[in-house]
Design a protein around this ligand. Structure first.
Ligand SMILES: [Zn+2]
Length: 291
């Protein structure tokens, strides 16, 4: 079976240390043998001169990027991870995994749909018997998700490197809409589990509801934070992940030489520079891609 090119390169980088080590060991042994020492004595002295095999191997593999952890970057996963389709696909699959096994899936979707303003209320029977309308109360996720969506859109609009980049706006829409639907579906799936029946202790049920609201808020903030970080780590032209990160400057310095992180689009669309002060993307004008 033919191995993928990246995997065979990784294996040959790992073999390279062994070959070089054997070469230098043999050279050192022959040097000592030339001085009239026995093979055993020459080997012992050569090993003392070269030092620890494992320490050298560890540092060599790190420099050659041939450690086990580097294997993650050469597997097909790396190509999937850099694809712009991965985020919407994962979100939609998670949404399907939450909604489809639920016997009340139609009610969940109808409640989720009520997040869209100005839509007429749809009649859903006895979904959550403990609430006055038998429906899942949607005011909390409504305010939270709309608030986070507007903040997310404002941040994208305020990021200079995303200006006039229609692909970033298309990607924003393609990820933000499924994320909001997923978050709302999560609320309409989880809340009925807590409110379907009356618990023996009202205080315990109330505490569970308050805890759920806090956990849901934390989760929503975290999801939007990760979403924005993912957006910043992409090339605004081809939407693939930027790579070959290089750190410059000093983290203690804010004005003279602030810490800067330079990454490039591996497909030649430009150079990304992020620091405490700004996020810029210098488009490579020599490529045929539009800015
Ligand atoms: Zn690119």
């Amino acid at each position: 079976m033919k191995l993928p090119r990246e995997l065979s390169e990784w294996l040959s980088r790992r073999r390279r240390f062994r070959e070089e080590w054997d070469f230098h060991r043999e050279m050192a042994i022959s040097e000592f043998e030339a001085l009239g020492l026995s093979r055993t004595e020459a080997t012992r002295l050569a090993e003392r001169r070269l030092g620890s095999y494992f320490a050298h191997r560890r540092s060599a593999l790190r420099q050659l990027r041939a450690q086990i952890t580097d294997l993650l970057d050469v597997l097909p996963w790396c190509r999937i991870r850099s694809s712009a389709l991965l985020v919407p696909a994962v979100v939609l699959l998670t949404l399907a995994a939450i909604v489809l096994p639920n016997p009340h899936r139609l009610e969940v979707l109808a409640n989720t749909g009520s997040l869209v303003p100005f839509l007429p209320n749809r009649h859903v029977d006895r979904f959550v018997p403990l609430t006055p309308s038998n429906l899942v109360p949607m005011a909390f996720p409504d305010v939270m998700l709309w608030g986070l969506t507007l903040i997310g859109l404002a941040r994208v609009a305020a990021t200079p490197k995303f200006r006039r980049q229609w692909r970033i706006w298309a990607f924003t829409a393609a990820t933000l809409v499924p994320l909001v639907v997923l978050s709302a579906a999560l609320w309409t799936t989880a809340l009925p589990l807590l409110m379907k029946d009356r618990w023996h202790s009202d205080a315990l049920q109330g505490l569970a509801l308050v805890t759920f609201c806090f956990a849901y808020s934390g989760w929503a903030f975290l999801v939007f934070k990760v979403w924005y970080r993912d957006l910043l780590s992409r090339c605004p032209i081809c939407l693939r992940r930027l790579g070959m990160a290089e750190l410059r400057g000093n983290s203690a310095d804010l004005l003279i030489a602030p810490l800067e992180r330079e990454t490039i689009c591996l497909y030649g669309h430009g150079v990304n520079l992020e620091s405490h002060w700004s996020q810029t993307f210098e488009v490579d004008r020599s490529t045929k891609w539009p800015a």
